[in-house]
Design a protein around this ligand. Sequence first.
Ligand SMILES: C[S@@+](CC[C@H](N)C(=O)[O-])C[C@H]1O[C@@H](n2cnc3c(N)ncnc32)[C@H](O)[C@@H]1O
Length: 443
Amino acid sequence: MTNFWTTDLSQTVRNSEKLVQRRTRAKDVVDWLEEYADEGPTSSNQGVAKVPFQRWFHFKEAFSPKFVADVLASVPYRVDRCVDPFGGSGTTAMTCRMLGLKSATIEVNPFLADLIEAKLTPVSAAGFCRKYERLISTLVIKGVDKRRIPGMPPTLCEPGVDGRFVFSSDVYRTVRAIVRRSGSWDADEARLLRVLLGSVLVANSNVTINGKGRRYRRSSSPKSADDLIASLDAAVDAAVADLSRFAGLPKGGHKVMRGDSRVMLARVAEADIAVFSPPYPNSFDYTDVYNLELWMLGYLGSSTDNTSLRKDTFRSHVQTKWRETPRRANSAALAKVIAALTRKRGELWNRNIPEMVGFYFDDLYITFEHLKRILCPGHHAVVAIGDSQYAGVHIDVARILEECVAPLGFNLAKSGAIRSMRASSQHGGKFDLSEHCLVFERR
Ligand SMILES: C[S@@+](CC[C@H](N)C(=O)[O-])C[C@H]1O[C@@H](n2cnc3c(N)ncnc32)[C@H](O)[C@@H]1O
């Protein structure tokens, strides 16, 4: 097995042509991968702006289709079925579909699960366009569209709090009206429209979003319904072009499973390989980062829904006070890190970080417990994952994970740093953190 993450794009394309199974056409995967701009690290989504399907929603935490294609070409056995327990934007599943492989994907966030399902589900481009045009040309705002969603953050819609709000009333009620109208559509078409609407929400809001949360834009005049519809038109055009271009692609044998992978993996009987990128131990809360889409598109109906989604996500953040659970992951390196963090508790920006780090590796351990049953000996779990740092204490994820999963029968067969990430000042300064590709082989 080579350092497959350094393969150049033309080689990836040639390898993928060979991998394609009879169910699909080599030309499709070649055309698809050739749209990838081979510039940034393959573990990031830089370079997918023109890649059909991947361009539907800007999912910053995604790895590239090239990464998945390179993994699949690097293993010394034929892959027919692939599992990804942390689906995100569905890069693994979409690459498998292009290659004619079966996939099982688990995603806890219902909006993201819909994004994955929408990319994998054929929809008639012409029919979708007709319905969309009719919906927009006959859109009437009703009283119900102006109503606040029970439990939604008070800042979500104008007037907001202290003059700060995420959406103008005009945008808020237009989004809600589109969601209401699409409710009577066929499920596949309604899902596609919700996803495309989700893809233009942040651009039509007063905020920018990153791992540290929401930030109000400095000098922006609030967006209007016309702005929203113009950007939705563009998103629909792009999706329709992709659906038409790849209309001949078979639906494929994919399964999108909605929920917590620590539980849902029990329902996956077998796979030839696992390819995934879990949340990193960096206090990044996915429920927060994709909160606008969840509220506006009708995935959350109360604050309890929001809390329970947060509780079902990996324990990689401190937004929830986690209940103590018995320690599963055992590693000398982990014990050292937790002790160092505990000593520095007073310097940490959140007192619960030492416990969070322990829970995080317990969650990874649970994932590998399932993978031990799902994967045959000699087969692999390929993980893209990043380090973290708090108050100068470095969380060496590769080393800790290697020690934690060894007793489960997984050897670290290969590892390499794919890129350096800059630690945020909140996480302790200028230290360059690595993002690794870790290849675990089941003994
Ligand atoms: C780094 S992203 C995965 C990105 C993905 N590889 C891609 O290319 O789009 C991690 C994902 O794990 C999901 N996640 C977090 N906790 C989860 C859980 N308990 N079960 C399933 N998915 C979870 C998050 O919602 C997020 O979408």
